[in-house]
Design a protein around this ligand. Structure first.
Ligand code: V0D
Length: 240
Protein backbone atom coordinates (compact mmCIF):
# COMPACT_ATOMS: atom_id res chain seq x y z
CA UNK A 1 0.00 0.00 0.00
CA UNK A 2 1.22 3.50 -0.90
CA UNK A 3 2.00 5.36 2.31
CA UNK A 4 4.42 8.08 1.19
CA UNK A 5 1.88 10.16 -0.75
CA UNK A 6 -0.80 9.97 1.89
CA UNK A 7 -2.70 13.20 2.56
CA UNK A 8 -4.08 13.20 6.09
CA UNK A 9 -7.42 15.02 6.35
CA UNK A 10 -7.50 17.69 9.06
CA UNK A 11 -11.03 16.87 10.15
CA UNK A 12 -12.34 13.30 9.92
CA UNK A 13 -15.93 12.50 10.90
CA UNK A 14 -17.13 8.92 11.37
CA UNK A 15 -20.59 7.35 11.49
CA UNK A 16 -19.78 4.28 13.58
CA UNK A 17 -22.41 1.92 12.19
CA UNK A 18 -22.70 -1.89 12.43
CA UNK A 19 -22.24 -2.60 16.14
CA UNK A 20 -25.59 -4.38 16.40
CA UNK A 21 -24.98 -6.35 13.19
CA UNK A 22 -21.49 -7.33 14.38
CA UNK A 23 -23.05 -8.77 17.55
CA UNK A 24 -25.90 -10.51 15.75
CA UNK A 25 -23.45 -12.32 13.46
CA UNK A 26 -21.81 -13.72 16.58
CA UNK A 27 -25.10 -14.59 18.33
CA UNK A 28 -24.29 -11.97 20.96
CA UNK A 29 -26.62 -9.31 22.41
CA UNK A 30 -26.47 -5.90 20.69
CA UNK A 31 -24.80 -4.37 23.72
CA UNK A 32 -21.79 -6.66 23.17
CA UNK A 33 -21.38 -4.89 19.83
CA UNK A 34 -21.52 -1.48 21.50
CA UNK A 35 -18.89 -2.56 24.03
CA UNK A 36 -16.56 -3.77 21.27
CA UNK A 37 -17.36 -0.57 19.36
CA UNK A 38 -16.11 1.44 22.31
CA UNK A 39 -12.78 -0.39 22.17
CA UNK A 40 -12.58 0.49 18.48
CA UNK A 41 -13.14 4.14 19.42
CA UNK A 42 -10.04 3.97 21.63
CA UNK A 43 -7.86 2.35 18.93
CA UNK A 44 -9.00 4.69 16.18
CA UNK A 45 -8.56 7.76 18.41
CA UNK A 46 -4.90 6.92 19.02
CA UNK A 47 -4.33 5.98 15.37
CA UNK A 48 -5.89 9.23 14.11
CA UNK A 49 -3.88 11.27 16.59
CA UNK A 50 -0.64 9.48 15.56
CA UNK A 51 -1.38 10.12 11.88
CA UNK A 52 -1.76 13.87 12.51
CA UNK A 53 -5.53 14.32 12.32
CA UNK A 54 -6.57 17.64 13.95
CA UNK A 55 -10.22 16.86 14.66
CA UNK A 56 -11.90 13.44 14.93
CA UNK A 57 -15.68 13.67 15.20
CA UNK A 58 -17.56 10.50 16.14
CA UNK A 59 -21.33 10.05 15.84
CA UNK A 60 -22.02 8.26 19.12
CA UNK A 61 -25.74 8.89 19.68
CA UNK A 62 -28.27 10.58 17.42
CA UNK A 63 -31.44 12.37 18.42
CA UNK A 64 -33.25 9.41 16.76
CA UNK A 65 -31.51 6.74 18.87
CA UNK A 66 -33.90 7.33 21.80
CA UNK A 67 -36.43 5.13 19.97
CA UNK A 68 -34.28 2.02 20.55
CA UNK A 69 -35.29 -0.45 23.29
CA UNK A 70 -34.95 1.17 26.70
CA UNK A 71 -32.44 -1.44 27.89
CA UNK A 72 -30.15 -0.66 24.96
CA UNK A 73 -30.44 3.11 25.47
CA UNK A 74 -29.58 2.75 29.13
CA UNK A 75 -26.52 0.59 28.29
CA UNK A 76 -25.37 3.21 25.75
CA UNK A 77 -25.76 5.96 28.35
CA UNK A 78 -23.32 4.09 30.58
CA UNK A 79 -20.63 4.01 27.90
CA UNK A 80 -19.20 7.51 28.36
CA UNK A 81 -18.37 6.79 32.01
CA UNK A 82 -16.93 3.34 31.10
CA UNK A 83 -14.91 5.02 28.39
CA UNK A 84 -13.44 7.69 30.61
CA UNK A 85 -12.78 5.44 33.61
CA UNK A 86 -10.44 3.44 31.41
CA UNK A 87 -9.23 5.90 28.80
CA UNK A 88 -8.72 9.43 30.15
CA UNK A 89 -5.06 8.76 31.12
CA UNK A 90 -4.34 7.61 27.54
CA UNK A 91 -6.09 10.67 26.14
CA UNK A 92 -3.96 12.96 28.30
CA UNK A 93 -0.78 11.04 27.45
CA UNK A 94 -1.62 11.55 23.76
CA UNK A 95 -2.53 15.22 24.30
CA UNK A 96 -6.10 14.63 23.04
CA UNK A 97 -8.84 17.06 24.04
CA UNK A 98 -12.45 15.86 24.36
CA UNK A 99 -15.40 18.04 23.35
CA UNK A 100 -19.06 17.24 22.77
CA UNK A 101 -21.50 18.31 20.04
CA UNK A 102 -25.23 18.08 20.67
CA UNK A 103 -27.69 18.55 23.50
CA UNK A 104 -26.10 17.05 26.61
CA UNK A 105 -28.75 18.59 28.88
CA UNK A 106 -31.20 15.76 28.10
CA UNK A 107 -28.78 12.96 29.05
CA UNK A 108 -29.00 11.12 32.39
CA UNK A 109 -27.09 12.78 35.25
CA UNK A 110 -24.32 10.15 35.45
CA UNK A 111 -23.71 10.38 31.69
CA UNK A 112 -23.56 14.16 31.82
CA UNK A 113 -21.15 14.07 34.76
CA UNK A 114 -18.83 11.57 33.00
CA UNK A 115 -18.79 13.72 29.89
CA UNK A 116 -18.19 16.90 31.88
CA UNK A 117 -15.29 15.27 33.76
CA UNK A 118 -13.66 14.12 30.53
CA UNK A 119 -13.98 17.58 29.02
CA UNK A 120 -12.50 19.16 32.16
CA UNK A 121 -9.67 16.61 32.58
CA UNK A 122 -8.50 17.08 28.98
CA UNK A 123 -9.21 20.80 28.62
CA UNK A 124 -5.53 21.79 28.59
CA UNK A 125 -4.57 19.21 25.93
CA UNK A 126 -3.42 20.93 22.74
CA UNK A 127 -3.25 18.03 20.26
CA UNK A 128 -6.09 16.36 18.39
CA UNK A 129 -9.67 17.28 19.31
CA UNK A 130 -11.93 14.26 19.87
CA UNK A 131 -15.50 15.47 19.35
CA UNK A 132 -18.33 13.15 20.36
CA UNK A 133 -21.66 13.89 18.71
CA UNK A 134 -24.04 12.93 21.51
CA UNK A 135 -27.79 13.44 21.23
CA UNK A 136 -26.88 15.29 18.06
CA UNK A 137 -28.96 15.91 14.94
CA UNK A 138 -27.88 18.26 12.15
CA UNK A 139 -31.35 19.76 11.58
CA UNK A 140 -31.78 20.40 15.30
CA UNK A 141 -28.31 21.96 15.41
CA UNK A 142 -29.14 24.26 12.48
CA UNK A 143 -32.46 25.19 14.07
CA UNK A 144 -30.71 26.07 17.34
CA UNK A 145 -28.25 28.25 15.42
CA UNK A 146 -31.08 30.03 13.57
CA UNK A 147 -32.92 30.76 16.81
CA UNK A 148 -29.73 31.98 18.47
CA UNK A 149 -28.99 34.25 15.51
CA UNK A 150 -32.56 35.64 15.41
CA UNK A 151 -32.21 36.57 19.06
CA UNK A 152 -28.79 38.21 18.67
CA UNK A 153 -29.15 39.89 15.28
CA UNK A 154 -32.39 41.87 15.55
CA UNK A 155 -33.19 41.86 11.83
CA UNK A 156 -29.56 42.20 10.62
CA UNK A 157 -28.45 39.70 8.00
CA UNK A 158 -26.03 36.94 8.92
CA UNK A 159 -22.82 35.84 7.14
CA UNK A 160 -21.68 32.26 6.45
CA UNK A 161 -18.92 32.88 8.98
CA UNK A 162 -21.47 33.73 11.68
CA UNK A 163 -23.73 30.82 10.76
CA UNK A 164 -20.78 28.37 10.88
CA UNK A 165 -19.69 29.74 14.20
CA UNK A 166 -23.20 29.40 15.66
CA UNK A 167 -23.45 25.68 14.88
CA UNK A 168 -22.21 23.30 17.57
CA UNK A 169 -19.14 22.65 15.36
CA UNK A 170 -18.16 26.31 15.96
CA UNK A 171 -15.95 25.03 18.80
CA UNK A 172 -13.87 23.07 16.26
CA UNK A 173 -12.71 26.23 14.44
CA UNK A 174 -10.72 26.52 12.22
CA UNK A 175 -11.64 22.91 11.35
CA UNK A 176 -15.45 23.25 11.53
CA UNK A 177 -16.09 21.26 8.35
CA UNK A 178 -15.03 17.63 7.93
CA UNK A 179 -12.65 16.98 5.02
CA UNK A 180 -13.61 13.31 5.05
CA UNK A 181 -16.77 11.60 6.31
CA UNK A 182 -16.51 7.83 6.83
CA UNK A 183 -19.50 5.55 7.33
CA UNK A 184 -18.97 1.91 8.24
CA UNK A 185 -21.20 -1.14 7.70
CA UNK A 186 -22.53 -0.55 4.22
CA UNK A 187 -25.22 2.13 4.46
CA UNK A 188 -24.56 5.12 2.19
CA UNK A 189 -26.31 8.06 3.83
CA UNK A 190 -25.44 10.92 6.17
CA UNK A 191 -28.44 10.29 8.47
CA UNK A 192 -28.68 13.83 9.85
CA UNK A 193 -24.95 14.00 10.67
CA UNK A 194 -23.11 17.30 9.93
CA UNK A 195 -25.19 17.92 6.81
CA UNK A 196 -24.37 21.64 6.61
CA UNK A 197 -20.67 21.12 7.39
CA UNK A 198 -20.21 18.26 4.92
CA UNK A 199 -21.34 20.26 1.87
CA UNK A 200 -17.86 19.76 0.29
CA UNK A 201 -16.63 16.73 2.22
CA UNK A 202 -15.31 13.61 0.57
CA UNK A 203 -17.50 10.65 1.52
CA UNK A 204 -16.06 7.19 2.16
CA UNK A 205 -18.19 4.10 2.67
CA UNK A 206 -16.97 0.70 3.75
CA UNK A 207 -18.81 -2.58 4.42
CA UNK A 208 -16.59 -3.20 7.46
CA UNK A 209 -18.64 -3.09 10.67
CA UNK A 210 -17.43 -0.58 13.24
CA UNK A 211 -16.14 -3.12 15.81
CA UNK A 212 -13.95 -4.64 13.04
CA UNK A 213 -12.61 -1.27 11.81
CA UNK A 214 -8.83 -1.01 12.31
CA UNK A 215 -6.06 1.58 12.02
CA UNK A 216 -5.22 -0.09 8.68
CA UNK A 217 -8.79 0.59 7.50
CA UNK A 218 -8.39 4.23 8.53
CA UNK A 219 -5.18 4.46 6.48
CA UNK A 220 -7.01 2.87 3.54
CA UNK A 221 -9.71 5.56 3.81
CA UNK A 222 -6.97 8.24 3.90
CA UNK A 223 -5.32 6.71 0.83
CA UNK A 224 -8.62 6.83 -1.02
CA UNK A 225 -9.09 10.44 0.12
CA UNK A 226 -5.56 11.28 -1.04
CA UNK A 227 -6.30 10.02 -4.53
CA UNK A 228 -9.30 12.30 -5.00
CA UNK A 229 -9.18 15.73 -6.54
CA UNK A 230 -11.02 18.22 -4.36
CA UNK A 231 -12.45 21.08 -6.39
CA UNK A 232 -14.96 22.86 -4.14
CA UNK A 233 -17.06 23.53 -7.25
CA UNK A 234 -14.20 25.18 -9.11
CA UNK A 235 -11.78 23.82 -11.70
CA UNK A 236 -8.13 22.86 -11.37
CA UNK A 237 -5.27 22.71 -13.88
CA UNK A 238 -5.64 18.94 -14.19
CA UNK A 239 -9.39 18.91 -14.88
CA UNK A 240 -9.42 21.94 -17.14
C1 V0D B 1 -21.79 2.85 21.02
C2 V0D B 1 -19.82 2.78 18.78
C3 V0D B 1 -17.80 6.19 23.34
C4 V0D B 1 -21.10 3.52 18.66
C5 V0D B 1 -18.91 3.30 19.84
C6 V0D B 1 -23.85 7.54 24.66
C7 V0D B 1 -22.21 3.22 19.64
C8 V0D B 1 -19.36 2.95 21.24
C9 V0D B 1 -18.72 7.11 23.81
C10 V0D B 1 -18.48 8.36 24.47
C11 V0D B 1 -20.78 4.73 22.27
C12 V0D B 1 -19.35 9.42 24.32
C13 V0D B 1 -19.12 10.65 24.91
C14 V0D B 1 -18.00 10.82 25.65
C15 V0D B 1 -17.11 9.78 25.80
C16 V0D B 1 -17.34 8.56 25.22
C17 V0D B 1 -19.95 6.60 23.44
C18 V0D B 1 -22.22 6.42 23.18
C19 V0D B 1 -22.05 5.25 22.49
C20 V0D B 1 -23.59 6.94 23.35
F1 V0D B 1 -17.76 12.03 26.19
N1 V0D B 1 -18.41 5.19 22.73
N2 V0D B 1 -19.73 5.43 22.79
N3 V0D B 1 -21.17 7.10 23.65
N4 V0D B 1 -20.63 3.55 21.56
Amino acid sequence: MELSNIKVPNHVAIIMDGNGRWAKKRFLPRIAGHKEGMNTVKKITIAASDLGVKVLTLYAFSTENWSRPQSEVSYLMGLPSKFFDTFVPDLIKNNVKVVVLGDVSQLPDNTRIAVRNAINDTSSCTGMILAFALNYGARQDILNAVNYLIEHHQGESVSFQELSQSLSTGILAPYNDPDLVIRTSGEQRLSNFLSYESAYSELYFTDTKWPDFTAQDLIEAFNDYSSRQRRFGGITEETE
